[in-house]
Ligand binder design. Sequence first.
Ligand SMILES: Nc1ncnc2c1ncn2[C@@H]1O[C@H](COP(=O)(O)OP(=O)(O)OP(=O)(O)O)[C@@H](O)[C@H]1O
Ligand SMILES: [Mg+2]
Length: 327
Amino acid sequence: MSEVLKVEDMSVTFDLHDSEVHAVREMNFTLAEGETLAVVGESGSGKSQAFLSIMGLLAKNGRATGRAVMGDVDLIGMAPKQLDIYRGKDIAMIFQDPMTSLNPTLRVKTQLAEVLVTHRNFDKQAAIKTSIEMLERVGIPEPVKRANAYPHELSGGMRQRVMIAMSLLCQPKILIADEPTTALDVTVQAQMLDLFKKLTEDFGTALVLITHDLGVVAGIADRMMVMYGGRAVETGKTDDLFYDPRHPYTLGLLHSTPHIAKRTARLDPIQGLPPSLEHLPQGCSFNPRCAFAFDRCHAERPPLTEAGEGRQKACFYEGAMKYGEVA
Ligand SMILES: Nc1ncnc2c1ncn2[C@@H]1O[C@H](COP(=O)(O)OP(=O)(O)OP(=O)(O)O)[C@@H](O)[C@H]1O
Ligand SMILES: [Mg+2]
């Protein structure tokens, strides 16, 4: 399958008054056409900042280095004006709270149509017609009525569907969804995940699903990237990581996810707290919480290296990891 995004040595740094925070460090991954990649990890592990930097949406005190190549363009460091050519059209991002991205003062149809007029040279009438069809495609009942509504007149789940519809109007090659279901109740969450699965299949869009909940990953992601302390610590096929995790942190995440851990009868939160990015431990960032850490883990940081077919890990430990030995 062909590649739609290749990220190389990407790092994100924020400048503070008298120090800096390395939110993302030396990230490398590729995204294939039409695949779903889940990016998981605890709060503060750098998931959002990694993808905001690709979208050119970092806060003012942030800067990104490295490359994020889409087609023949590198999105990192690109001027905002030039980025606007690609944002929304080839690469789109949706967030946990759709209200932050929807304009409260404009009817839904006006906002959707605007995308088509701007990026695809539609005339207004055709744009509205296509927008309404897209609302129907994302499962919005009475699409004509909803199209005439203002965002606050819709439920949270409906608003998220509107965002999905908006992001798909240009049939982007890449859709980044940052915690898209976190604010929704469980039933709506499940519907939304089904919708993502169906739409990415229909449109051939590659989906990056950012989440701290491994439960949402299981049925939808082809591959996973587990992040810890700003770095990818394990990557591979979802099934491989679920059934045979090779990084103790991945094992810990699995054990602390309710309906996954239930199968093995015990729920164990990972002991300790995620590291402060300003004071990362020496060696492997996970070593203070790891039951498998040995001398080398305190002295050296393990690089992300091949760990079997199509998978990588950043861990020196090569022995078996038994249940209950998480931390
Ligand atoms: N403008 C900023 N200035 C300084 N540090 C920042 C800034 N924005 C983000 N950070 C830091 O970057 C780190 C990574 O944040 P990020 O938002 O990527 O985490 P996350 O993995 O998405 O977490 P969550 O699951 O809570 O969304 C955090 O420690 C955060 O404090
Ligand atoms: Mg985030």
